[in-house]
Design a protein around this ligand. Structure first.
Ligand code: FAD
Length: 500
């Protein structure tokens, strides 16, 4: 179907019209497409994806060893059983997502190589006017849609975050970032420095350690690691008993969710005991003589930052085997041949890998405007981390920092479908969230409490993010157990929703 925009700069432009436009074909967008097609079979929708393939994170990242650090029973969708070992490679996740697309005939709804550049809300038309550029031809494409479902993820896929270290231009070797890993990078028999502690480095290091001459991991400060087998005993037993995959998925999901909830509560109630358990797992592999205090004992309570899970302890096994050294230190400067650390140690390297995190992408780096006024997201207040005051007909999917992302994207998918059906029932074309009279004096806070969770990409992005309030409605919960009870029961006729 085609239509024309009423009174915008793109007036008279031919455009396609849909009920819903889903931004991104990562786990959230593909899940959203599934939920729309099953819960709202009469809605027309399109998924626009700037990459040339589905998968989002699992397609854009290709450093050696790339894998999940969540278990796939909870990271997998609730509607499609996961049948492999809990921790999965990117390739396995892509295969699983491909099956979701194929089994549910979603291919025709997804358009690849479509980078959305602008989204303009018109109150006159009660629509979003969206412009996308085809990344393969440069051609502009226009869409008019009633609802925008933002599944753009939380970081820029085109670039990683690399700090500006002094002397980088003097360095004669190669600097690469885990996020933009060159497919043909030859690291065989090379001296490699990996900078940064986190799930990415703990995944990459064991994958390359055997081939390299040596790998040195330089980290400013330690993080917590969980160690354990990449196997779920309950799932294995249920498989032996020939229980259906659907049942196994649901039972194991529930068990993992219960275990995670207990673990999370313990990190508040008995942080020292949890800390000792996590460090004990590392000590069991590295032995009593390894300096765990310096290299693997963070100075924060467990779970303040994500605990990186190392299946079968492979990262620590490669340290134990002598292929990897860990230095807890800081880069003073790059030199011609490597780096000089603040301690004075000089390290030579053929390749330096920055595993230094992300640049957050706020709403897909799309140029948003509301009735011709540029949207300043930091002036808005978030409704449960998914909608924003002053921004009609839009929902943002941002998963859990500490739990599997998909748990929240499945919950929010149900919410969008319920909201759209509620709007149909009211014959409403527009929904806004707004502060209620009782919220008038509510103190406005940063989007996330930096005391509770403070990875550096988030700290850098906080000034650009919406504000929150000290009430559940205006707070982006990071608690699945709270969300799973509250979100399905949100009263869509509450005063915080305004329909027209
Ligand atoms: C290496 C790595 C491992 C991770 N492991 C886990 C894990 O084990 N468990 C966990 O819960 N989380 C993990 N995460 C977090 C991860 O990002 C989320 O789990 C999840 O993949 C996010 O899915 P998404 O669909 O919301 O976003 P993404 O995977 O980021 O996908 C978003 C898609 O939207 C597209 N897009 C963005 N902007 C636009 C635009 N303007 N126009 C068109 N398309 C656009 C992007 O190209 C991308 O394909 C990991 C992240 C990384 C980087």
């Amino acid at each position: 179907m085609t239509t024309t925009a009423p009174s915008t700069k793109i007036n008279q432009t031919k455009m396609e019209e849909f009920d819903v436009l889903v931004v991104g074909a990562g786990v959230a967008g593909v899940g959203g497409a599934y939920h729309l097609s099953t819960q709202r079979p009469n809605s027309s929708f399109v998924v626009l994806e700037s990459q040339d393939h589905f998968g989002g994170t699992w397609w854009s990242h290709n450093y050696p060893g790339i894998r999940s650090d969540s278990d796939l029973h909870t990271y997998g969708y609730r509607f499609k059983p996961w049948t492999g070992p809990p921790i999965a490679t990117a390739e396995e996740i892509l295969k699983y997502m491909g099956e979701v697309i194929e089994e549910n005939d979603l291919t025709s709804h997804i358009r690849y190589n479509h980078k959305i550049t602008s989204a303009r809300w018109s109150s006159e038309a009660n629509k979003w006017f969206v412009e996308a550029t085809k990344t393969d031809t440069g051609e502009a494409q226009h869409f008019a849609v009633n609802f925008l479902w933002m599944c753009q993820g939380y970081y820029r896929h085109s670039e990683g975050y690399t700090p500006e270290w002094p002397g980088m231009s003097d360095y004669q070797g190669q600097i690469v970032h885990t996020e933009t890993w060159p497919k043909d990078l030859d690291y065989a028999d090379k001296k490699v420095i990996v900078i940064g502690s986190g799930a990415s480095s703990a995944t990459l290091v064991p994958a390359i350690a055997d081939s390299c001459e040596h790998v040195t991991l330089v980290q400013r400060s330690p993080i917590y690691y969980g160690t354990g087998r990449n196997r779920d005993d309950l799932a294995e037993t249920l498989r032996e008993l020939e229980v259906d995959d659907d049942w196994i998925h649901e039972i194991v999901r529930r068990k993992i969710l219960r275990d995670t909830s207990i673990f999370f509560r313990r990190t508040f109630e008995e942080p020292e005991a949890v800390k000792e358990e996590l460090l004990g797992g590392v000590r069991n592999i590295l032995g009593p003589d390894y300096d765990i205090d310096t290299h693997f004992t963070p100075d924060y309570r467990p779970w303040r930052q994500r605990v990186a899970f190392v299946p079968d302890g492979d990262f620590f096994q490669s340290i134990k085997a002598g292929h990897v050294s860990v230095l807890t230190d800081e880069i003073e400067t790059f030199t011609e041949n490597g780096v000089l650390l603040k301690s004075g140690a000089a390290l030579d390297a053929d390749i330096v890998v920055a595993a230094t995190g992300f640049n957050m992408n706020v709403l897909g780096d799309i140029d948003f405007s509301i009735d011709e006024e540029p949207l300043v997201l930091s002036d808005t207040v978030t409704y449960r981390g998914m909608m924003f005051t002053g921004v009609p007909n839009l929902l943002w999917v941002f998963g859990y920092f500490r739990g599997s992302w998909t748990l929240r994207s499945d919950l929010l998918s149900d919410f969008v479908c319920r909201l759209l059906t509620h709007m149909d029932g009211k014959d409403a074309k527009r929904v806004d969230v707004t502060l209620r009279p009782e919220d008038k004096d509510m103190e406005l806070l940063p989007w996330q409490d930096p005391e509770s969770f403070n990875p550096s990409y988030l700290t850098r992005a906080l000034p650009f993010l919406p504000r929150s309030g000290a009430k559940p409605e205006w707070h982006h919960s990071q608690d699945y157990w709270e969300d799973k009870d509250e979100i399905p029961n949100v009263d869509l006729d509450g005063l915080e929703f305004v329909y027209s």
